[in-house]
Design a protein around this ligand. Structure first.
Ligand code: ZN
Length: 723
């Protein structure tokens, strides 16, 4: 951990420690292009802020802001520029309403500064969407990508096709924790029953939201998914799916002419509802094309159009929809899969699977919006502590978000202007409440806003990290539910010394805050040891660590049990092999004192597919043993990883004759949340032994009701502790 001392910030740090009011230092996010500070402060109120528009300004979203003796003056290139100047002024003011005397000249780097929200997997009420827009506006985001339709919920009133909302805006809920699992849509008539979940936006709701966004200079881009992710729509109107597909199969049939009439009818009403949006987003991602291969109408269409495969059939579909959307005066945008089979001539590509699609499209002369999932998917984890709510996929901490550059190498310099900008996406499979959406959004949105607004030459992580401290206070004052994940310590490195000691290094995403730790398992206080550059552990320990901010714990407590236990670095032999894709690091994985995170894709897990885990540890000498501790992952919602059904432990002095020391059945847990379940397996009496055999019984073939019924269960484990 490095202490954060930057030139010019020392006074601020000193002030932050005093009990007096903080000075109104320049801590604006996103960072303005140019700041010239003067001496003194001016009280700013409604009476001494003057605004004007200067259309001669080169960027209509740019502004000049001057705080002087007479108050504040903002000149914008347009009303939007004035609005952004006012956002900056709000951040300049301290709690007493004073702003420093300053001159700021500012304009955004990108014109597409976007934020997305999936309201299909979970529905969010109109009032929350407006609050979400407030948060975006505060960060100078100007584009709201509204993901209105998907497989498990249609959220937009369409007069011509009323069944979309009558039949496909609600679903039956089996598991209140995960109403997105399974597709069992429910009729609107059941909307008020306890086992029914859902909702939709009326046309009046949409007009109200679009107007609210307009006042904040945010354009709402509607997304109507096609041809895939359309289970809800084809459930309501099966006549637009392939005749050979099962009901609610999720892909429109481009072999049927009437499918295009249906979608055009929807587009007509969407165009009318979103007059400000130059774009209609058609999704276009993750289209499984097997149904088209099996459909005689699709095959006929292929033959008639001379299309060589299903990719070209998709291209035909997208191309036709683009022509229609263009005829309505709108441009089409879609995810990078719309490149498959040849891109429609005027389409804009939203590159999500990585940068490659965007690079290809930009170099071919198409507009591009960069949304690479490894940087700006905010449904991914932002912390590595088990306290984090269940998230999707990988880890996109705030540092990673800040490192995102929408113009990657590979785009020829003369094509860079095709990159309109970038955005972050929030898919809501695991996000059920508005509070949870805010938690995933903040503070990562602060990093994103600086990436999209501020020129790379003015970007500086250290300065951003420091400004973020103020930004979190602003969030708190507004009542926004931000995450403190970036304060939570994690183990950044660990290694064994030749003397048998273990050296552990801790890190946090945000530096400059004291981390306190203990080695006896107790929760650290400010009186506990302060972490400096490493912790050297020489005897059995449970390491706990927590960060303090403003004298209070911030983020979660890191707890690492079983360091230097009797099994640490023991020789392990395997009666059943671990899977080659999930080695956890190999034969030492279960005794290396390294723990995995609660993600199915964390390579620190050791996996056993369809078999038991059955290992024998050689502790090197006969010792007096009292039990073992193990942990297993279960992740029903999106993997086949299940808890074992039974744990059995044998001991032996010679490695030949083994005696059962403990044996217990494990109650199945059908919780759909991802969970790491610890098991403390105590022996009835202490046992003298050198060898410990541990067997965890595999759950076998996944039962009916499991999302992957019929597949073999996996066991995931990461460490065996022996007392
Ligand atoms: Zn078809």
């Amino acid at each position: 951990m490095r202490n954060l001392i930057l030139p010019g910030l020392a006074a601020l740090l000193a002030a932050a420690c005093s009990s007096g009011p903080r000075p109104a230092e320049i801590a604006v996010i996103p960072q303005p292009a140019r700041i010239v500070e003067s001496e003194g402060f001016v009280k700013i109120g409604p009476d001494n802020v003057r605004t004007a528009v200067d259309t001669a300004m080169s960027n209509p979203e740019g502004y000049r802001l001057r705080v002087g003796d007479g108050g504040a003056e903002i000149v914008g290139g347009s009303d939007a520029g004035v609005f952004y100047g006012l956002q900056t002024l709000e951040q300049l003011r301290d709690s007493a309403g004073r702003a420093p005397q300053v001159t700021i000249e500012d304009a955004p780097r990108f014109r597409w500064r976007g934020m997305h929200l999936d309201v299909s997997r979970h529905f969010f009420p109109k009032e929350f969407v407006k609050r979400y827009l407030d948060i975006l506006a505060y960060h100078k985001i100007n584009t709201f990508h509204w993901h209105l339709t998907d497989g498990i919920g249609w959220r937009l009133q369409i007069d011509k096709y009323p069944l979309l909302t009558q039949k496909a805006a609600w679903r039956k809920v089996k598991d209140v924790k995960s109403p997105w699992i399974g597709l069992e849509l429910s009729d609107e008539s059941r909307r008020d029953s306890a086992d029914t979940y859902g909702g939709y936006y009326t046309k009046d709701d949409v007009r109200e939201i679009v107007a609210y966004a307009r006042e904040r200079h945010i354009t709402v881009i509607p997304e109507i998914e096609m041809p895939g992710h359309s289970e809800a729509a084809t459930f309501a109107y099966p006549e637009y799916a392939c005749p050979t597909a099962r009901p609610g199969s999720g892909i429109y049939c481009p072999g049927r002419e009437e499918t295009f009439g249906f979608l055009e009818g929807i587009i007509d009403e969407v165009v009318e509802l979103f007059p400000d949006s130059p774009y209609i987003h058609i999704g276009g991602d993750e289209v499984g094309k097997e149904q088209w291969s099996a459909c005689p109408l699709c095959q006929k269409r292929k033959r008639e159009q001379g299309l060589k495969d299903e990719h070209e059939l998709q291209s035909y579909f997208v191309h036709r929809m683009e022509e229609y959307i263009n005829s309505k005066g709108k441009a089409m945008i879609g995810f990078d899969e719309i490149l498959e089979g040849g891109l429609a001539p005027n389409a804009t590509v939203m590159s999500w699977t990585g940068f490659e699609g965007g690079i290809k499209a930009a170099n071919a002369g198409h507009d591009v919006v960069m949304v690479p999932l490894d940087y700006v998917y905010f449904d991914h984890y932002q912390g590595q502590n088990p306290c984090e709510p269940q998230a999707w996929g990988g880890f996109n901490g705030i540092r990673r978000v800040y490192s995102f550059d929408p113009v990657p190498p590979g785009i020829a310099s003369e094509n860079e202007h095709y990159v309109l900008g970038g955005q972050a996406n929030i898919w809501t499979e695991n996000i059920r409440t508005p509070e949870h959406v805010e938690y995933m959004l903040l503070p990562r949105l602060a990093a994103l806003s600086e990436v999209l607004w501020t020129d790379t030459t003015a970007r500086n992580w250290k300065r951003f990290e420091h400004k973020l401290d103020r930004q979190l206070d602003r969030y708190a004052a507004k009542g926004w539910n931000y995450a403190e994940s970036a304060f939570t310590p994690y183990i950044s490195d660990q290694h064994f010394g030749g003397d048998g000691s273990l050296t552990v290094q801790l890190a946090t995403e945000l530096d400059g805050y004291p981390v306190h730790y203990t080695l006896d398992g107790s929760v650290p206080t400010q009186e506990s040891a302060v972490y400096t550059d490493s912790v050297i552990i020489r005897e059995p320990a449970t390491l706990t660590a927590v960060t303090f901010r403003n004298g209070k714990p911030a983020g979660c407590v890191l707890t690492v049990p079983g360091l230097l236990n009797r099994a640490t670095r023991a020789k392990v032999s395997y009666a059943t092999p671990y899977n080659a894709a999930y080695t956890g690091g190999g034969d030492t994985a279960l005794v290396d004192n390294r723990y995995a995170f609660k993600r199915g894709d964390d390579k620190a897990w050791q996996g056993f597919e369809g078999t038991d885990m059955d290992v024998t540890l050689d502790l090197g000498s006969v010792q007096s043993l009292s039990g073992t501790g193990l942990r297993f992952l279960q992740h029903i919602a999106s993997t086949s990883v299940m808890l074992p059904t039974r744990l059995t432990v044998w001991t032996s002095t010679d490695g030949k004759d083994f005696t059962v020391a403990a044996d217990r059945a494990i109650e199945p847990n059908d919780d759909s949340e991802v969970l790491i379940e610890p098991f403390d397996v105590r022996f009835a009496d202490s046992v003298e032994a050198r060898y410990v055999r541990v067997k965890a019984a595999n759950a076998g073939v996944l039962p009916e009701g499991h999302p992957r019924a019929g597949a073999p269960a996996w066991i995931f484990t990461d460490e065996i502790v022996v007392y």
